[in-house]
Design a protein around this ligand. Sequence first.
Ligand code: SF4
Length: 214
Amino acid sequence: MSLLEKAHRILALLEKHYPEFKGGLTNYSTPFQMLVATVLSAQSTDKQVNSITKELFSRFPDPESFASSSIKEIENSISRVGLYKNKAKYIFELSKKLIAKYNSIVPTSITELVKLPGVGRKTANVLLNDWFNIHEGIAVDTHVKRLSYRMGLTTKIAPNKIEEDLQRIIPSENWGRITHLFISHGRAVCKAQKPSCKTCFLLNLCPRVGVLEE
Ligand code: SF4
C-alpha cells in the first residue's frame, strides 16, 4: 500500500471514530482572541487556558486594551498558565505590533503571522485552519508529532519537517482536521505512555514505530 493510500485510510478511520473533532480552546469570539488563546496554550493545557480566558477577554477584548495596559497587569491576569511572564510580554508586544503595522487586523498568511511576537508556525496554522479556513500548513503539536512517527507517516523529528511530510500525503482541505483528529486519538488511544495498540482501530495500518511491545 502506498503512503498516500495509507494516509487516506487512516484519515477515514479517524473521522469515523471522532466525528465531533474540534479544538479544545473555548471563550474566544474574534480572531485576535483566538490568537491570544493559542499563544497562551503553548506548554499549557487547554483546560488551564480556558479557565482564565473568559475573564481575560472581558477585561482585554482587543489589541488596544492590551497595548494600553502594562506587561505587569497582563502577567497578573494570566499567572495561572505556564510561562506566563514570557507570554504576557508576547501578548503586549503583539498587540502593539498589530495596531502599528496591521491596523489592529490579524493577518491571514503564515508569512505575516510568524512575524508577530510569540507566534510560531503551529500557532499560525491553528488560527488559519480553524478560524479563517485557510489551509497553508498543518499544526504539528506533540500528539501530531508522536502519532505521525509511530504510524510511519514520517521519519523526522523536527516539527517543520514532519509538517512537510504530512502535507505531501494529506489533501490540503484536511490540513486543519488532521491536527484535531490526531489529538483526539492521541488522548484517547495512542497515549505517550502505554498506547492501547491491541484495541486500536488503526492497528492493521500502523507499524508502531518506536512502540515497545507489552
Ligand atoms: S496501533 Fe498503537 S501506535 Fe499505532 S496508532 Fe494505534 S495506539 Fe498508536
